[in-house]
Design a binder for this molecule. Structure first.
Ligand code: HEC
Length: 217
């Protein structure tokens, strides 16, 4: 027995397996709690007090959202700025904003946006990634979509497009009319605006390279 190598000792392997399994379990439990804390949604008080949350509360739709390069992290991060009107108002309460986002989320599921688009990493790449579509400069004051749809604001232009996409083709592929109502379109735009404020660790990767997308143009 004296010459037996540790590598052929059963007890050594049993103990190693116990320690590795124990350590991995503790690590997984810790990571689960850490992730839950990171992705839990903030609220209106956080926004008012300037507390940064990865997933801001629904009332983020009352604010201007821009992106800035974070040199330390090596990618763009969302910056919640000044108050900004959204369909004529910048005073949506937590309940009102929450109800709008809920309507948009249900609409996105009912109309299967993910069949063609990607939302937060889920979905298809037949059509543009929607994770940061709110920040696509095409909808901004210098983009083509406001004049094309005859609307003066980003949110109204987007809502108009969503209700009648086949009237405003811009890509080679056309988005079909999905029978989206005005109320649903408003919810969907709120849903997309909120999504753009989520800190996604720089996803989608090429987002910052879209001309004018960063610095809130
Ligand atoms: C059958 C495929 C399909 C479905 C389903 C679909 N879309 Fe689209 N969508 C497209 C295509 C294709 C384009 C590009 C069309 C264009 O620009 O003319 C587009 C463009 C868009 C744009 C403009 C993107 C940008 O950055 O400029 C938005 C916003 C959008 N879709 C939202 C939605 C939403 C919200 C839903 C679900 C309610 C949805 N789409 C469902 C195919 C689809």
């Amino acid at each position: 027995m004296a010459n037996k190598s540790v590598w052929s000792d059963n007890r050594f392997w049993q103990r190693s397996a116990t320690w590795v399994t124990g350590f991995a379990s503790v690590l997984l439990i810790w990571l689960t709690f850490d992730t839950s804390a990171q992705i839990s949604m903030g609220d209106d008080a956080d926004l008012k007090n300037g507390v940064t949350k990865r997933v801001p509360g629904p009332t983020v739709i009352n604010y201007k959202i821009t992106y800035e390069m974070d040199a330390k992290r090596g990618h763009e991060v969302p910056v919640i700025g000044e108050k900004e009107k959204f369909f004529g108002r910048d005073d949506y309460s937590e309940e009102e904003a929450g109800a709008l986002l809920h309507l948009g989320k249900l609409g996105s599921q009912a109309k299967n946006c993910m069949d063609c688009h990607t939302l937060l990493g889920n979905g298809a790449y037949y059509a543009p990634d929607l994770t940061k579509s709110w920040l696509d400069p095409a909808w901004g004051p210098e983009g083509s979509m406001q004049s094309m749809t005859g609307k003066d604001t980003k949110e109204e232009a987007m809502a108009e497009f969503l209700q009648h996409p086949s009237q405003y083709p811009t890509h080679a592929r056309m988005m079909p009319n999905l029978g989206i109502t005005a109320a649903e379109a408003k919810g969907l735009v709120a849903f997309l605006k909120h999504m753009s404020s989520i800190d996604t660790n720089g996803f989608p990767r090429n987002f910052g390279k879209i001309q004018g997308a960063v610095h809130g143009k």
